[in-house]
Design a binder for this molecule. Structure first.
Ligand code: URA
Length: 468
């Protein structure tokens, strides 16, 4: 029985090397045992082990970027079966590459659910970590936090904390590992116990002030700190503690599965939204960022009870950097006013955050986002919803509905009735304002406009009722 040994729970490179060699040797998934570290435990006692056969030097092997991204995230999941599941998927993908886009496939779905759980855990760590201040022997403060992640995410999150709290000394203690930043280098140590972390109130006020200052976009240079961190400092670290790959690896993973909103200790939704907006500004989760002018992020009060999702920014939104300011936005504003809903009290965003268009002469013609672009961008709207926590979310049109519900729906069939969302809040679907703009016959346009206004009136009322 081939035994694939991995260095650590999050050893993606080790998994990839072993999986590649095993797949090239055509070893069925059920014959492979995966082991992390040296601890085999009882499971494999008495089973004859053989090392993974080395891959032939001239062997060619390619898998889609989508699978690599998925695997990098799933590897961080706590489920011990993940290595084998990913390997099974890898073997199936070699025979059927299109499987990566088949979201109905049970294994594909299971892996996606696992990736989602990991991303949530990463977000939770960023959002809910509470630092306590301790004074070290040299009289300087160190901020120490205790966190119990559900998955193996500590390394993957390290780069984030290094960037955010570059000029402070801090330690994050978890049962599996501890990470420490001294302002210059990151070190890693063994797991800790809750009792190792200081007790007492978190340093809320100091922390909030700190967050407020680092989230001033004018001051923030995302990513530059890590690139500039002088390697000379690494030499001075004890060898066992120095983890140079930690930062690069974490940053790499982070750029792919970033889920950045996080409240300041004490939970400040505005700061969390600001942080999320800032991260979204550098989003490259799909190719739409390239031709677009900028990311158009949502806007509105962080505690809005009513949240609207549009399709994607149009030409004017792309230039202005704000959602729904062009012709569709003006119609939306008028309909909201007619419905008695004050847009300023609602949060308005889009399913896709970059303008997708076809250049035609000097004009840029709107082009509908496809399924993978909607899926890639879904992360941001989910985070916005998670921070704002609206009582009612309204999808304007089919793209928004697909993003909100995770499936393709027909507007005429879903319109007009509440849909229970996974977080316990209510979802509604109606038409997109640009649908109204495209209706040529005046009578029909007026009729549809009235229906749209009625939908807005109902959701406004629902939000007021649910919010109490
Ligand atoms: N259409 C949308 O869906 N969103 C906008 O922000 C503008 C037009």
């Amino acid at each position: 029985m081939p035994l694939a040994k991995l260095q650590a729970q999050d050893d993606f490179d080790g998994w990839r090397t072993a999986a590649r060699a095993l797949a090239l040797a055509d070893v069925p998934a059920e014959q492979v045992s995966w082991q992390v570290g040296d601890d085999v435990g009882d499971l494999f006692a008495g089973i004859a082990e053989t090392p993974v056969p080395p891959a032939p030097a001239d062997a060619t092997f390619s898998v889609s970027r989508g699978f690599v991204d998925l695997a990098e995230t799933v590897i961080l999941h706590a489920d011990p079966e993940r290595f084998g599941l990913l390997y099974t998927m890898l073997r199936r993908l070699r025979a059927q590459p299109g499987l990566i886009d088949d979201h109905a496939d049970p294994l594909r779905r299971r892996l996606e659910d696992m990736a989602k759980a990991v991303r949530r855990d990463i977000h939770k760590m960023r959002a809910f970590l509470r630092f306590r201040e301790v004074v070290e022997a040299d009289g300087q403060p160190r901020f120490v936090a205790w966190f119990e992640p559900e998955h193996h995410i500590v390394r993957a999150n390290a780069g984030f904390f290094v960037r955010r709290f570059a000029s402070m000394r801090w330690s994050i203690l978890t049962p599996e590992a501890t990470i420490h930043w001294d302002g210059e280098a990151l070190t890693e140590g063994p797991g800790a116990a809750r009792a190792d972390a200081p007790d007492g109130d978190p340093v809320e006020d100091a922390w909030k002030t700190y967050y407020a200052s680092i989230f001033n976009p004018a001051r923030l240079k995302t990513g530059s700190m890590i690139k500039e961190m002088p390697k000379k400092y690494w030499r001075n670290m004890p060898e066992t503690a120095l983890v140079p790959g930690l930062i690069a690896g974490a940053q790499h993973r982070e750029s792919q599965m970033i889920d950045t909103a996080r409240a300041a200790p004490g939970g400040n939704a505005q700061l969390a939204l600001d942080a999320l907006r800032e991260e979204a500004a550098g989003c490259k989760r799909c190719p739409l960022w390239k031709p677009a002018t900028q990311t158009v992020f949502g806007e509105g009060p962080p505690d809005a009870k009513l949240l609207f999702i549009g399709e994607q920014p149009g030409d004017q939104e792309d230039l202005a950097g704000r959602p729904f300011v062009g012709p569709a936005g003006q119609l939306f504003d008028r309909a909201m006013a007619d419905a008695g809903v004050d847009r300023a009290t609602t949060y308005v965003s889009n399913a896709v955050k970059h303008f997708k268009y076809e250049p035609r002469g000097k004009r840029r013609i709107h082009s509908k986002p496809n399924g993978s672009e909607i899926e890639a961008c879904r992360w941001w709207i989910e985070q916005e919803r998670e921070i704002v926590k609206p009582a009612v979310t309204v999808a304007l049109g089919a793209t928004a509905a697909q993003s909100l519900l995770g499936r393709v729906v027909t507007i005429s069939r879903t319109r007009g009735a509440p849909i229970a969302l996974a977080d316990g809040s209510e979802g509604w679907v109606t038409v997109h304002p640009s649908f109204l703009l495209r209706i040529p016959e005046e009578d029909r346009r007026a009729e549809e406009y009235a229906r749209f206004v009625e939908d807005l009136r109902r959701v406004g009322e629902r939000a007021r009722t649910l919010a109490g």
